[in-house]
Design a protein around this ligand. Structure first.
Ligand SMILES: Nc1ncnc2c1ncn2[C@@H]1O[C@H](COP(=O)(O)OP(=O)(O)OP(=O)(O)O)[C@@H](O)[C@H]1O
Ligand SMILES: Nc1ncnc2c1ncn2[C@@H]1O[C@H](COP(=O)(O)OP(=O)(O)OP(=O)(O)O)[C@@H](O)[C@H]1O
Ligand SMILES: [Mg+2]
Ligand SMILES: [Mg+2]
Lengths: 253, 253
Protein backbone atom coordinates (compact mmCIF):
# COMPACT_ATOMS: atom_id res chain seq x y z
CA UNK A 1 0.00 0.00 0.00
CA UNK A 2 1.52 3.28 -1.15
CA UNK A 3 0.96 6.21 1.18
CA UNK A 4 1.29 9.59 -0.52
CA UNK A 5 1.10 13.05 1.04
CA UNK A 6 -0.07 15.63 -1.51
CA UNK A 7 1.44 18.77 -0.04
CA UNK A 8 2.34 22.33 -0.87
CA UNK A 9 1.89 25.15 1.62
CA UNK A 10 1.21 27.66 -1.17
CA UNK A 11 -2.49 28.11 -1.49
CA UNK A 12 -4.50 27.22 -4.57
CA UNK A 13 -1.87 25.18 -6.45
CA UNK A 14 -4.09 22.16 -7.05
CA UNK A 15 -3.58 19.88 -4.02
CA UNK A 16 -7.26 19.00 -3.66
CA UNK A 17 -7.76 18.84 -7.42
CA UNK A 18 -4.84 16.41 -7.69
CA UNK A 19 -6.02 14.18 -4.84
CA UNK A 20 -9.56 13.88 -6.20
CA UNK A 21 -8.78 13.57 -9.93
CA UNK A 22 -5.59 11.51 -9.70
CA UNK A 23 -7.30 9.35 -7.10
CA UNK A 24 -10.27 8.83 -9.40
CA UNK A 25 -8.02 8.02 -12.36
CA UNK A 26 -6.10 5.44 -10.31
CA UNK A 27 -9.43 3.98 -9.17
CA UNK A 28 -10.62 3.78 -12.79
CA UNK A 29 -7.45 1.81 -13.60
CA UNK A 30 -8.41 -0.74 -10.96
CA UNK A 31 -6.44 0.52 -7.96
CA UNK A 32 -8.26 0.75 -4.66
CA UNK A 33 -7.76 4.26 -3.35
CA UNK A 34 -8.35 5.85 0.06
CA UNK A 35 -8.37 9.65 0.22
CA UNK A 36 -7.69 11.18 3.65
CA UNK A 37 -8.73 14.83 3.79
CA UNK A 38 -6.56 16.66 6.34
CA UNK A 39 -7.71 20.16 5.39
CA UNK A 40 -10.19 21.67 7.89
CA UNK A 41 -11.71 23.48 4.94
CA UNK A 42 -12.71 20.00 3.72
CA UNK A 43 -12.71 20.83 0.00
CA UNK A 44 -11.97 17.21 -1.00
CA UNK A 45 -14.74 15.94 1.29
CA UNK A 46 -17.28 18.39 -0.10
CA UNK A 47 -16.23 17.54 -3.64
CA UNK A 48 -16.61 13.80 -3.03
CA UNK A 49 -19.93 14.43 -1.35
CA UNK A 50 -19.22 13.23 2.15
CA UNK A 51 -18.64 15.56 5.06
CA UNK A 52 -18.55 14.20 8.58
CA UNK A 53 -17.98 16.57 11.42
CA UNK A 54 -16.21 14.35 13.87
CA UNK A 55 -14.94 11.21 12.11
CA UNK A 56 -11.29 12.21 11.73
CA UNK A 57 -11.41 14.45 14.79
CA UNK A 58 -12.11 11.39 16.98
CA UNK A 59 -9.02 9.68 15.61
CA UNK A 60 -6.79 12.58 16.66
CA UNK A 61 -8.61 13.48 19.87
CA UNK A 62 -9.63 10.10 21.31
CA UNK A 63 -7.59 7.52 19.44
CA UNK A 64 -10.61 6.13 17.58
CA UNK A 65 -9.64 3.61 14.86
CA UNK A 66 -9.15 5.29 11.48
CA UNK A 67 -11.04 2.48 9.79
CA UNK A 68 -14.22 3.66 11.49
CA UNK A 69 -13.79 7.07 9.82
CA UNK A 70 -13.72 5.64 6.29
CA UNK A 71 -16.74 6.42 4.08
CA UNK A 72 -17.67 5.17 0.64
CA UNK A 73 -17.96 7.77 -2.15
CA UNK A 74 -19.90 7.75 -5.41
CA UNK A 75 -16.72 6.69 -7.19
CA UNK A 76 -15.95 2.97 -7.54
CA UNK A 77 -12.73 1.93 -5.80
CA UNK A 78 -12.45 5.30 -4.08
CA UNK A 79 -13.09 5.68 -0.35
CA UNK A 80 -12.71 8.78 1.79
CA UNK A 81 -11.89 9.79 5.34
CA UNK A 82 -13.71 13.13 5.45
CA UNK A 83 -12.52 16.26 7.20
CA UNK A 84 -14.38 19.15 8.80
CA UNK A 85 -13.72 22.41 10.62
CA UNK A 86 -13.37 20.30 13.79
CA UNK A 87 -9.88 19.47 12.53
CA UNK A 88 -8.79 23.01 13.44
CA UNK A 89 -9.65 22.18 17.03
CA UNK A 90 -7.88 18.79 16.82
CA UNK A 91 -4.78 20.53 15.48
CA UNK A 92 -4.79 23.08 18.28
CA UNK A 93 -5.37 20.48 20.99
CA UNK A 94 -2.72 18.11 19.64
CA UNK A 95 0.11 20.64 19.70
CA UNK A 96 0.28 20.30 23.51
CA UNK A 97 0.76 16.53 23.37
CA UNK A 98 4.10 14.77 23.05
CA UNK A 99 4.68 13.23 19.62
CA UNK A 100 1.44 14.65 18.21
CA UNK A 101 2.74 14.31 14.65
CA UNK A 102 2.76 10.53 15.06
CA UNK A 103 -0.93 10.14 15.91
CA UNK A 104 -1.97 9.78 12.25
CA UNK A 105 0.90 7.46 11.41
CA UNK A 106 -0.11 5.02 14.13
CA UNK A 107 -3.71 5.23 13.02
CA UNK A 108 -2.73 4.46 9.40
CA UNK A 109 -0.46 1.61 10.55
CA UNK A 110 -3.52 -0.03 12.12
CA UNK A 111 -5.57 0.05 8.89
CA UNK A 112 -6.06 -3.36 7.22
CA UNK A 113 -3.08 -3.93 4.90
CA UNK A 114 -4.89 -5.41 1.93
CA UNK A 115 -7.92 -3.21 1.50
CA UNK A 116 -6.37 -0.30 -0.43
CA UNK A 117 -3.47 0.02 -2.89
CA UNK A 118 -3.10 3.81 -2.49
CA UNK A 119 -3.65 6.31 0.26
CA UNK A 120 -3.68 9.96 -0.90
CA UNK A 121 -3.63 12.64 1.80
CA UNK A 122 -4.85 16.16 0.98
CA UNK A 123 -2.98 18.77 3.04
CA UNK A 124 -4.05 22.28 4.06
CA UNK A 125 -2.16 25.35 2.75
CA UNK A 126 0.20 25.67 5.73
CA UNK A 127 3.25 23.96 7.21
CA UNK A 128 1.73 22.93 10.52
CA UNK A 129 0.76 19.89 12.56
CA UNK A 130 -1.71 18.46 10.00
CA UNK A 131 0.84 18.65 7.20
CA UNK A 132 3.61 17.23 9.43
CA UNK A 133 1.24 14.40 10.39
CA UNK A 134 0.80 13.49 6.73
CA UNK A 135 4.56 13.61 6.10
CA UNK A 136 5.16 11.41 9.15
CA UNK A 137 2.50 8.90 8.07
CA UNK A 138 3.47 8.58 4.39
CA UNK A 139 6.33 7.07 2.41
CA UNK A 140 6.05 9.50 -0.47
CA UNK A 141 5.32 13.15 -1.15
CA UNK A 142 3.71 14.39 -4.35
CA UNK A 143 4.00 18.17 -4.82
CA UNK A 144 1.50 19.76 -7.21
CA UNK A 145 2.85 23.03 -8.62
CA UNK A 146 0.70 25.56 -10.40
CA UNK A 147 2.92 26.79 -13.22
CA UNK A 148 3.05 30.43 -12.16
CA UNK A 149 5.73 32.48 -10.39
CA UNK A 150 4.57 32.67 -6.78
CA UNK A 151 4.20 28.93 -6.20
CA UNK A 152 7.89 28.43 -6.96
CA UNK A 153 8.95 30.55 -3.99
CA UNK A 154 7.63 28.11 -1.40
CA UNK A 155 9.35 25.00 -2.75
CA UNK A 156 12.59 25.63 -0.83
CA UNK A 157 10.78 25.72 2.52
CA UNK A 158 8.74 22.66 1.57
CA UNK A 159 11.86 20.70 0.64
CA UNK A 160 13.49 21.64 3.93
CA UNK A 161 10.39 20.50 5.82
CA UNK A 162 10.44 17.15 4.00
CA UNK A 163 14.12 16.71 4.91
CA UNK A 164 13.46 17.61 8.55
CA UNK A 165 10.56 15.17 8.86
CA UNK A 166 12.66 12.49 7.19
CA UNK A 167 15.47 13.06 9.68
CA UNK A 168 13.36 13.27 12.84
CA UNK A 169 10.14 11.36 12.28
CA UNK A 170 10.10 9.18 9.19
CA UNK A 171 13.21 7.76 7.53
CA UNK A 172 11.22 6.30 4.66
CA UNK A 173 9.87 9.62 3.43
CA UNK A 174 10.93 10.71 -0.05
CA UNK A 175 9.82 13.24 -2.63
CA UNK A 176 8.53 10.94 -5.34
CA UNK A 177 6.82 13.29 -7.76
CA UNK A 178 6.32 16.90 -8.75
CA UNK A 179 3.22 17.40 -10.91
CA UNK A 180 3.01 20.54 -13.04
CA UNK A 181 -0.60 21.66 -13.02
CA UNK A 182 -2.76 24.34 -14.60
CA UNK A 183 -0.25 24.37 -17.41
CA UNK A 184 -1.29 26.83 -20.11
CA UNK A 185 0.78 25.77 -23.07
CA UNK A 186 -0.01 29.00 -24.91
CA UNK A 187 2.05 31.08 -22.49
CA UNK A 188 5.81 31.30 -22.18
CA UNK A 189 5.35 31.58 -18.41
CA UNK A 190 4.13 28.00 -18.02
CA UNK A 191 6.92 26.66 -20.24
CA UNK A 192 9.55 28.62 -18.27
CA UNK A 193 8.20 27.37 -14.93
CA UNK A 194 8.17 23.74 -16.13
CA UNK A 195 11.74 24.14 -17.35
CA UNK A 196 12.83 25.58 -14.01
CA UNK A 197 11.11 22.69 -12.19
CA UNK A 198 12.96 20.16 -14.33
CA UNK A 199 16.26 21.93 -13.63
CA UNK A 200 15.62 21.90 -9.92
CA UNK A 201 14.04 18.47 -9.44
CA UNK A 202 15.23 16.46 -12.44
CA UNK A 203 13.17 13.40 -13.29
CA UNK A 204 11.14 13.66 -10.10
CA UNK A 205 9.06 16.04 -12.23
CA UNK A 206 6.44 13.93 -13.93
CA UNK A 207 6.48 13.73 -17.72
CA UNK A 208 2.72 14.17 -17.67
CA UNK A 209 1.51 17.71 -17.12
CA UNK A 210 -2.06 18.73 -16.26
CA UNK A 211 -3.34 21.39 -18.62
CA UNK A 212 -5.44 24.36 -17.56
CA UNK A 213 -9.04 23.48 -18.32
CA UNK A 214 -12.38 24.89 -17.26
CA UNK A 215 -13.68 21.29 -17.05
CA UNK A 216 -11.49 20.79 -13.97
CA UNK A 217 -12.81 23.93 -12.35
CA UNK A 218 -16.41 22.92 -13.09
CA UNK A 219 -16.12 19.36 -11.77
CA UNK A 220 -16.40 20.16 -8.02
CA UNK A 221 -19.71 21.87 -8.72
CA UNK A 222 -21.06 18.55 -9.96
CA UNK A 223 -19.46 16.60 -7.09
CA UNK A 224 -17.68 14.42 -9.62
CA UNK A 225 -14.03 13.94 -10.49
CA UNK A 226 -13.18 15.29 -13.92
CA UNK A 227 -12.65 11.71 -15.20
CA UNK A 228 -16.38 11.11 -14.67
CA UNK A 229 -17.73 14.65 -15.20
CA UNK A 230 -15.94 15.12 -18.53
CA UNK A 231 -14.59 11.67 -19.36
CA UNK A 232 -13.59 12.49 -22.96
CA UNK A 233 -11.93 15.80 -22.17
CA UNK A 234 -8.22 16.26 -22.81
CA UNK A 235 -7.64 17.09 -19.13
CA UNK A 236 -9.29 13.81 -18.05
CA UNK A 237 -6.82 12.15 -20.37
CA UNK A 238 -4.00 14.06 -18.63
CA UNK A 239 -5.04 12.65 -15.26
CA UNK A 240 -5.26 9.13 -16.67
CA UNK A 241 -1.76 9.49 -18.11
CA UNK A 242 -0.54 10.89 -14.77
CA UNK A 243 -2.09 7.95 -12.92
CA UNK A 244 -0.48 5.43 -15.25
CA UNK A 245 2.90 7.16 -14.98
CA UNK A 246 2.67 7.49 -11.23
CA UNK A 247 1.71 3.82 -10.85
CA UNK A 248 4.55 2.69 -13.14
CA UNK A 249 7.03 4.70 -11.07
CA UNK A 250 6.36 2.67 -7.97
CA UNK A 251 6.86 -0.55 -9.84
CA UNK A 252 10.20 0.79 -10.97
CA UNK A 253 11.41 1.69 -7.48
CA UNK B 1 -6.93 56.48 6.95
CA UNK B 2 -8.83 53.44 5.68
CA UNK B 3 -7.71 50.11 7.09
CA UNK B 4 -8.63 47.16 4.92
CA UNK B 5 -8.09 43.46 5.62
CA UNK B 6 -7.82 41.48 2.39
CA UNK B 7 -8.92 38.07 3.58
CA UNK B 8 -10.15 34.72 2.33
CA UNK B 9 -9.06 31.46 3.96
CA UNK B 10 -9.33 29.59 0.66
CA UNK B 11 -5.89 29.33 -0.84
CA UNK B 12 -4.88 30.88 -4.12
CA UNK B 13 -7.87 33.17 -4.68
CA UNK B 14 -5.83 36.32 -5.30
CA UNK B 15 -5.34 37.91 -1.86
CA UNK B 16 -1.71 38.82 -2.45
CA UNK B 17 -2.34 39.76 -6.07
CA UNK B 18 -5.14 42.10 -4.97
CA UNK B 19 -3.08 43.74 -2.22
CA UNK B 20 -0.10 44.42 -4.48
CA UNK B 21 -1.93 45.46 -7.65
CA UNK B 22 -4.86 47.33 -6.09
CA UNK B 23 -2.37 48.97 -3.74
CA UNK B 24 -0.19 50.04 -6.67
CA UNK B 25 -3.21 51.35 -8.59
CA UNK B 26 -4.35 53.40 -5.58
CA UNK B 27 -0.78 54.71 -5.22
CA UNK B 28 -0.73 55.67 -8.90
CA UNK B 29 -3.91 57.67 -8.31
CA UNK B 30 -2.14 59.67 -5.64
CA UNK B 31 -3.17 57.77 -2.49
CA UNK B 32 -0.45 56.93 -0.01
CA UNK B 33 -0.65 53.21 0.66
CA UNK B 34 0.86 50.99 3.36
CA UNK B 35 0.81 47.24 2.73
CA UNK B 36 1.13 45.03 5.82
CA UNK B 37 2.04 41.44 4.92
CA UNK B 38 0.68 39.08 7.56
CA UNK B 39 1.36 35.88 5.63
CA UNK B 40 4.42 33.98 6.93
CA UNK B 41 4.94 32.83 3.34
CA UNK B 42 5.66 36.52 2.62
CA UNK B 43 4.53 36.47 -1.02
CA UNK B 44 3.64 40.18 -1.01
CA UNK B 45 7.01 41.06 0.55
CA UNK B 46 8.93 39.00 -1.99
CA UNK B 47 6.90 40.54 -4.81
CA UNK B 48 7.58 44.08 -3.59
CA UNK B 49 11.22 43.22 -3.13
CA UNK B 50 11.61 43.66 0.59
CA UNK B 51 11.84 40.75 2.99
CA UNK B 52 12.83 41.39 6.58
CA UNK B 53 13.08 38.48 8.91
CA UNK B 54 12.19 40.12 12.17
CA UNK B 55 10.56 43.50 11.55
CA UNK B 56 6.92 42.48 12.06
CA UNK B 57 7.88 39.68 14.44
CA UNK B 58 9.30 42.25 16.88
CA UNK B 59 5.99 44.10 16.87
CA UNK B 60 4.10 40.98 17.94
CA UNK B 61 6.76 39.52 20.20
CA UNK B 62 8.26 42.55 21.93
CA UNK B 63 5.83 45.40 21.30
CA UNK B 64 8.20 47.23 18.95
CA UNK B 65 6.56 50.21 17.21
CA UNK B 66 5.02 49.25 13.87
CA UNK B 67 6.43 52.39 12.29
CA UNK B 68 9.93 50.97 12.72
CA UNK B 69 8.92 47.98 10.59
CA UNK B 70 7.85 50.10 7.61
CA UNK B 71 10.03 49.85 4.47
CA UNK B 72 9.96 51.81 1.23
CA UNK B 73 9.32 49.86 -1.95
CA UNK B 74 10.21 50.59 -5.58
CA UNK B 75 6.66 51.87 -6.08
CA UNK B 76 5.94 55.56 -5.42
CA UNK B 77 3.43 56.15 -2.64
CA UNK B 78 3.55 52.48 -1.63
CA UNK B 79 5.27 51.36 1.59
CA UNK B 80 5.43 47.89 3.08
CA UNK B 81 5.68 46.16 6.43
CA UNK B 82 7.34 42.93 5.31
CA UNK B 83 6.63 39.48 6.68
CA UNK B 84 8.79 36.36 7.04
CA UNK B 85 8.60 32.80 8.26
CA UNK B 86 9.26 34.20 11.76
CA UNK B 87 5.59 35.17 11.78
CA UNK B 88 4.71 31.50 12.24
CA UNK B 89 6.62 31.60 15.50
CA UNK B 90 4.98 34.90 16.52
CA UNK B 91 1.56 33.39 15.83
CA UNK B 92 2.33 30.32 17.92
CA UNK B 93 3.76 32.33 20.82
CA UNK B 94 0.92 34.86 20.82
CA UNK B 95 -1.85 32.28 21.21
CA UNK B 96 -0.89 31.85 24.87
CA UNK B 97 -1.25 35.56 25.63
CA UNK B 98 -4.45 37.23 26.71
CA UNK B 99 -5.98 39.42 23.99
CA UNK B 100 -3.35 38.41 21.42
CA UNK B 101 -5.65 39.42 18.54
CA UNK B 102 -5.42 43.03 19.71
CA UNK B 103 -1.64 43.35 19.47
CA UNK B 104 -1.73 44.48 15.83
CA UNK B 105 -4.65 46.83 16.38
CA UNK B 106 -2.80 48.70 19.10
CA UNK B 107 0.31 48.83 16.94
CA UNK B 108 -1.67 50.28 14.02
CA UNK B 109 -3.41 52.76 16.33
CA UNK B 110 0.04 54.16 17.22
CA UNK B 111 1.03 54.80 13.59
CA UNK B 112 1.11 58.47 12.56
CA UNK B 113 -2.40 59.41 11.41
CA UNK B 114 -1.52 61.51 8.39
CA UNK B 115 1.17 59.54 6.65
CA UNK B 116 -0.98 57.03 4.71
CA UNK B 117 -4.47 57.12 3.22
CA UNK B 118 -4.84 53.33 2.94
CA UNK B 119 -3.57 50.33 4.84
CA UNK B 120 -4.00 47.01 3.01
CA UNK B 121 -3.33 43.84 5.01
CA UNK B 122 -2.54 40.60 3.19
CA UNK B 123 -3.79 37.58 5.13
CA UNK B 124 -2.58 33.97 5.05
CA UNK B 125 -4.87 31.17 3.78
CA UNK B 126 -6.25 30.17 7.20
CA UNK B 127 -8.66 31.45 9.82
CA UNK B 128 -6.17 31.84 12.66
CA UNK B 129 -4.57 34.44 14.90
CA UNK B 130 -2.92 36.42 12.07
CA UNK B 131 -6.19 36.73 10.17
CA UNK B 132 -8.13 37.59 13.35
CA UNK B 133 -5.49 40.24 14.12
CA UNK B 134 -6.12 41.89 10.76
CA UNK B 135 -9.90 41.78 11.27
CA UNK B 136 -9.51 43.31 14.73
CA UNK B 137 -7.21 46.04 13.44
CA UNK B 138 -9.21 47.08 10.37
CA UNK B 139 -12.48 48.88 9.65
CA UNK B 140 -13.16 47.08 6.41
CA UNK B 141 -12.77 43.66 4.82
CA UNK B 142 -12.23 43.15 1.10
CA UNK B 143 -12.77 39.53 -0.01
CA UNK B 144 -11.16 38.53 -3.30
CA UNK B 145 -12.97 35.58 -4.88
CA UNK B 146 -11.52 33.51 -7.67
CA UNK B 147 -14.50 32.83 -9.91
CA UNK B 148 -14.42 29.02 -9.61
CA UNK B 149 -16.52 26.59 -7.58
CA UNK B 150 -14.34 25.70 -4.59
CA UNK B 151 -13.71 29.27 -3.41
CA UNK B 152 -17.44 29.78 -2.92
CA UNK B 153 -17.63 27.08 -0.25
CA UNK B 154 -15.52 29.00 2.25
CA UNK B 155 -17.47 32.26 2.14
CA UNK B 156 -20.00 31.14 4.76
CA UNK B 157 -17.28 30.45 7.33
CA UNK B 158 -15.54 33.71 6.44
CA UNK B 159 -18.72 35.71 6.89
CA UNK B 160 -19.30 34.07 10.27
CA UNK B 161 -15.77 34.91 11.33
CA UNK B 162 -16.25 38.56 10.35
CA UNK B 163 -19.48 38.68 12.36
CA UNK B 164 -17.79 37.09 15.38
CA UNK B 165 -14.86 39.51 15.31
CA UNK B 166 -17.28 42.39 14.92
CA UNK B 167 -19.23 41.25 17.95
CA UNK B 168 -16.29 40.47 20.23
CA UNK B 169 -13.32 42.56 19.16
CA UNK B 170 -14.14 45.31 16.69
CA UNK B 171 -17.56 46.93 16.35
CA UNK B 172 -16.47 49.03 13.38
CA UNK B 173 -15.64 46.04 11.15
CA UNK B 174 -17.73 45.64 8.00
CA UNK B 175 -17.51 43.74 4.76
CA UNK B 176 -17.02 46.57 2.32
CA UNK B 177 -16.18 44.81 -0.94
CA UNK B 178 -16.11 41.48 -2.73
CA UNK B 179 -13.81 41.52 -5.77
CA UNK B 180 -14.34 38.89 -8.46
CA UNK B 181 -10.92 37.90 -9.74
CA UNK B 182 -9.41 35.66 -12.40
CA UNK B 183 -12.67 36.13 -14.29
CA UNK B 184 -12.55 34.30 -17.60
CA UNK B 185 -15.40 35.87 -19.54
CA UNK B 186 -15.28 33.09 -22.14
CA UNK B 187 -16.58 30.50 -19.68
CA UNK B 188 -20.07 30.10 -18.33
CA UNK B 189 -18.52 29.09 -14.99
CA UNK B 190 -17.12 32.55 -14.28
CA UNK B 191 -20.39 34.21 -15.24
CA UNK B 192 -22.38 31.83 -13.01
CA UNK B 193 -20.06 32.42 -10.06
CA UNK B 194 -20.27 36.21 -10.45
CA UNK B 195 -24.06 35.95 -10.63
CA UNK B 196 -24.13 33.84 -7.47
CA UNK B 197 -21.88 36.37 -5.70
CA UNK B 198 -24.21 39.21 -6.62
CA UNK B 199 -27.20 37.24 -5.35
CA UNK B 200 -25.48 36.55 -2.08
CA UNK B 201 -23.72 39.84 -1.42
CA UNK B 202 -25.68 42.40 -3.45
CA UNK B 203 -23.88 45.62 -4.26
CA UNK B 204 -21.00 44.78 -1.91
CA UNK B 205 -19.73 42.95 -4.99
CA UNK B 206 -17.67 45.45 -6.94
CA UNK B 207 -18.83 46.40 -10.42
CA UNK B 208 -15.23 46.08 -11.58
CA UNK B 209 -14.02 42.53 -12.13
CA UNK B 210 -10.42 41.48 -12.60
CA UNK B 211 -9.96 39.39 -15.73
CA UNK B 212 -7.75 36.32 -15.97
CA UNK B 213 -4.51 37.45 -17.58
CA UNK B 214 -1.05 35.96 -17.86
CA UNK B 215 0.38 39.46 -17.32
CA UNK B 216 -0.79 39.27 -13.69
CA UNK B 217 0.86 35.90 -13.19
CA UNK B 218 4.11 37.17 -14.76
CA UNK B 219 4.34 40.37 -12.74
CA UNK B 220 5.70 38.83 -9.47
CA UNK B 221 8.62 37.41 -11.46
CA UNK B 222 9.61 40.96 -12.35
CA UNK B 223 9.02 42.23 -8.81
CA UNK B 224 6.62 44.82 -10.19
CA UNK B 225 2.88 45.36 -9.81
CA UNK B 226 1.03 44.71 -13.05
CA UNK B 227 0.24 48.45 -13.36
CA UNK B 228 3.98 49.04 -13.85
CA UNK B 229 5.01 45.74 -15.45
CA UNK B 230 2.30 45.90 -18.13
CA UNK B 231 0.86 49.41 -17.81
CA UNK B 232 -1.18 49.30 -21.03
CA UNK B 233 -2.64 45.83 -20.47
CA UNK B 234 -6.38 45.41 -20.06
CA UNK B 235 -5.86 43.83 -16.62
CA UNK B 236 -3.87 46.88 -15.44
CA UNK B 237 -6.87 48.89 -16.54
CA UNK B 238 -9.08 46.58 -14.46
CA UNK B 239 -7.05 47.33 -11.35
CA UNK B 240 -7.16 51.07 -12.01
CA UNK B 241 -10.93 50.88 -12.38
CA UNK B 242 -11.15 48.80 -9.19
CA UNK B 243 -9.02 51.36 -7.32
CA UNK B 244 -11.18 54.24 -8.52
CA UNK B 245 -14.37 52.39 -7.63
CA UNK B 246 -13.04 51.33 -4.25
CA UNK B 247 -11.91 54.86 -3.43
CA UNK B 248 -15.25 56.34 -4.51
CA UNK B 249 -17.07 53.87 -2.24
CA UNK B 250 -15.47 55.29 0.84
CA UNK B 251 -16.39 58.79 -0.10
CA UNK B 252 -19.95 57.62 -0.43
CA UNK B 253 -20.12 55.99 3.01
N1 LIG C 1 -5.96 22.03 -14.34
C1 LIG C 1 -6.76 22.99 -13.87
N2 LIG C 1 -7.44 23.76 -14.75
C2 LIG C 1 -8.25 24.75 -14.30
N3 LIG C 1 -8.46 25.04 -13.01
C3 LIG C 1 -7.82 24.32 -12.10
C4 LIG C 1 -6.94 23.26 -12.46
N4 LIG C 1 -6.44 22.71 -11.33
C5 LIG C 1 -6.98 23.40 -10.31
N5 LIG C 1 -7.81 24.36 -10.76
C6 LIG C 1 -8.56 25.35 -9.98
O1 LIG C 1 -7.63 26.11 -9.24
C7 LIG C 1 -8.14 26.37 -7.94
C8 LIG C 1 -7.17 25.83 -6.92
O2 LIG C 1 -7.17 24.41 -6.92
P1 LIG C 1 -7.29 23.60 -5.55
O3 LIG C 1 -8.37 24.15 -4.71
O4 LIG C 1 -7.32 22.16 -5.89
O5 LIG C 1 -5.88 23.96 -4.91
P2 LIG C 1 -5.38 23.64 -3.43
O6 LIG C 1 -3.91 23.67 -3.49
O7 LIG C 1 -6.04 22.42 -2.94
O8 LIG C 1 -5.95 24.93 -2.65
P3 LIG C 1 -5.86 25.14 -1.04
O9 LIG C 1 -4.47 25.66 -0.82
O10 LIG C 1 -6.92 26.15 -0.76
O11 LIG C 1 -6.11 23.83 -0.40
C9 LIG C 1 -9.52 25.72 -7.87
O12 LIG C 1 -10.50 26.69 -8.10
C10 LIG C 1 -9.47 24.69 -8.97
O13 LIG C 1 -10.73 24.43 -9.52
N1 LIG D 1 -6.20 37.98 -12.64
C1 LIG D 1 -5.33 36.96 -12.64
N2 LIG D 1 -4.97 36.41 -13.82
C2 LIG D 1 -4.09 35.38 -13.84
N3 LIG D 1 -3.52 34.83 -12.75
C3 LIG D 1 -3.84 35.35 -11.56
C4 LIG D 1 -4.75 36.42 -11.42
N4 LIG D 1 -4.86 36.72 -10.11
C5 LIG D 1 -4.07 35.86 -9.45
N5 LIG D 1 -3.44 35.04 -10.33
C6 LIG D 1 -2.53 33.94 -10.01
O1 LIG D 1 -3.23 33.01 -9.20
C7 LIG D 1 -2.37 32.51 -8.19
C8 LIG D 1 -2.98 32.80 -6.83
O2 LIG D 1 -2.93 34.18 -6.56
P1 LIG D 1 -2.38 34.72 -5.14
O3 LIG D 1 -1.11 34.04 -4.79
O4 LIG D 1 -2.41 36.18 -5.18
O5 LIG D 1 -3.57 34.19 -4.21
P2 LIG D 1 -3.58 34.18 -2.61
O6 LIG D 1 -5.01 34.12 -2.23
O7 LIG D 1 -2.77 35.30 -2.11
O8 LIG D 1 -2.86 32.78 -2.31
P3 LIG D 1 -2.46 32.25 -0.83
O9 LIG D 1 -3.73 31.65 -0.31
O10 LIG D 1 -1.39 31.22 -1.09
O11 LIG D 1 -1.97 33.40 -0.04
C9 LIG D 1 -1.02 33.16 -8.39
O12 LIG D 1 -0.18 32.28 -9.10
C10 LIG D 1 -1.34 34.40 -9.22
O13 LIG D 1 -0.29 34.78 -10.04
MG1 LIG E 1 -7.11 22.15 -1.14
MG1 LIG F 1 -1.21 35.21 -0.70
Amino acid sequence: MRRIAVANQKGGVGKTTTVVNLGAALAEQGRRVLVIDLDPQANASTWLGTVDARALYEVFENGAPLEKAVRATGVDNLDLVPSSSWMTRAERNATTQAGAEMILRQAVDELPHDQWDYILMDCPPALGLLCYSALAACNEVLIPVQTRVMPLAGLVALNQTIDTVKLRLNRRLRLSAVLASQVDKRTALSREVVESLRERFGDVVMETMIRESVRVAEAPGHRLPVTIYAPDSSVAHDYRAAAAEFHARSAAD
